[in-house]
Design a protein around this ligand. Sequence first.
Ligand code: ARG
Length: 263
Amino acid sequence: MKNFLKPLKRYAAIGAVALAAFSLQPLNAQAAAPSPKPSPSVVGGTRAAQGEFPWMVRLSMGCGGALYTQQIVLTAAHCVDGSGANTSITATAGVVDLQSGSAVKVKSTRVLQAPGYNGSGKDWALIKLAKPINLPTLAIATTTAFNSGTFDVAGWGARSEGGGQQRYLYKAKVPFVSDASCNSSYSGGIIPDEEICAGFEQGGVDTCQGDSGGPMFRKANNNQWIQVGIVSWGEGCARAGFPGVYTEVSTFASAIQSAASGL
Ligand code: ARG
């Protein structure tokens, strides 16, 4: 869905600038505003606990990701520039607070953008890290068995449309939306085999700019977390009638697996 994804790519770049900016700010707006409720993030979310999603990674271009292996991050294709040697990305892991002294920071060595990616669908990429990070990894769904129910999402992205990037990791739950329903929201702009949608009909809870590349996940039957989606795009954030659109990980599971073994 090019006409949606293109502006969102620009937001991702703005996100990176916002990330650089927020670290210079004190614990600002959130604390200062005499708001009766704590400000949500990931739009409509709450703070994740330290260690709750240990495979969550923040990428320096202003995206999220998940540890697919201890040395490979799975993220979105639209978060990277292409494939090849790349030492420009820093992955921050092991913390909910990006400013924590215990953050693990590792540089990239290579990037693999989904083969055939052209801005529509196939929104996945792998980032090889300079060294392994000793944290749990997130398994990916290899069948469609988990493409239903309620999903968890997490990220350091905006907590409202046009809002700033976050210092702390936020999380939320969003229900599965069928391809048919999602496609009618987006006037046929969904690629049903490559994208999976999630969100509430009334809106209010969603991923947003800067969450891109991060995982959408749920519990598998063995009670282990399993990744079913990658934050990709949406019309604004948390708008009524416009669910979030995620890369359908199960469709690409074998491509991801073979790309990872060759990386
Ligand atoms: N493309 C966005 C990014 O670069 C993510 C947008 C997700 N939007 C949504 N409404 N779920 O961070």
